[in-house]
Ligand binder design. Structure first.
Ligand code: GAR
Length: 190
């Protein structure tokens, strides 16, 4: 199969990156991760990418005057890879129109809630405080608002009485690892 080149952006642990890279190992999966970008040179996921012979790039935002300049540099880094899709996977910087307009409808993100509910940070505790009976995860197209944009796929996860934010985040993360590769297949089929 002719695999489409994709890039993954991370800021930390990179467990979703792992699930995507592992999915790509299946010859029927329509994509191949050709580069990983991080705003954080210490992101754990970068080591995993290198071990899997995937190019990694980092840029420290503190060395740039503004987000526009930062993203222009990211665009330059990505250009040689000719990527079909950017997958944000725990990338904690807000993306602006500079990058979005360069990859229209080709940037997607995963968020650990049933969007449009519970955008932003500290999701699981807010869900529990609101006494929700379910939560979950969503993959959506990225626009310039936080955790906004058309939803591509979601998985719901029931909340049990004994759940705390730690147990809930583990359950949802497991669902994320299934959902993200499935959403990539869906997006690349379009
Ligand atoms: C994931 O739970 C992802 O949904 C979340 O960050 C975590 C990254 O984990 N993303 C957001 O909250 C985006 N708003 P990972 O580095 O192990 O993939």
């Amino acid at each position: 199969m002719n695999k489409k080149p994709i890039g993954v952006f991370i800021s930390g642990r990179g467990s979703n990156l792992k699930s995507i890279v592992n999915a790509c190992k299946n010859e029927k999966f329509p994509a191949k991760v050709v580069c990983v970008f991080s705003d954080n040179a210490n992101a754990e996921g970068l080591q995993f990418a290198s071990k899997n012979n995937i190019d990694t790039h980092t840029l420290d935002f503190n060395n740039f005057e503004n987000k526009g300049h930062y993203e222009v540099e990211i665009i330059k880094l990505l250009k040689p890879y000719d990527i079909e899709l950017i997958c944000l996977a725990g990338y904690m910087k807000i993306i602006t129109n500079t990058l979005i307009s360069c990859y229209p409808n080709r940037i997607i993100n995963i968020h650990p809630s049933l969007l449009p509910k519970y955008k932003g940070l500290n999701t699981h505790q807010r869900v529990l405080d609101a006494r929700e009976v379910e939560s979950g995860c969503s993959v959506h197209y990225v626009n310039s608002k936080i955790d906004d944009g058309e939803i591509i796929m979601q998985t719901s996860v029931p909340i049990e009485n004994a759940d705390n934010s730690n147990t809930l985040s583990k359950k949802i993360l497991k669902a994320e690892h299934e959902l993200y590769p499935a959403a990539i297949i869906k997006v690349l089929k379009k």
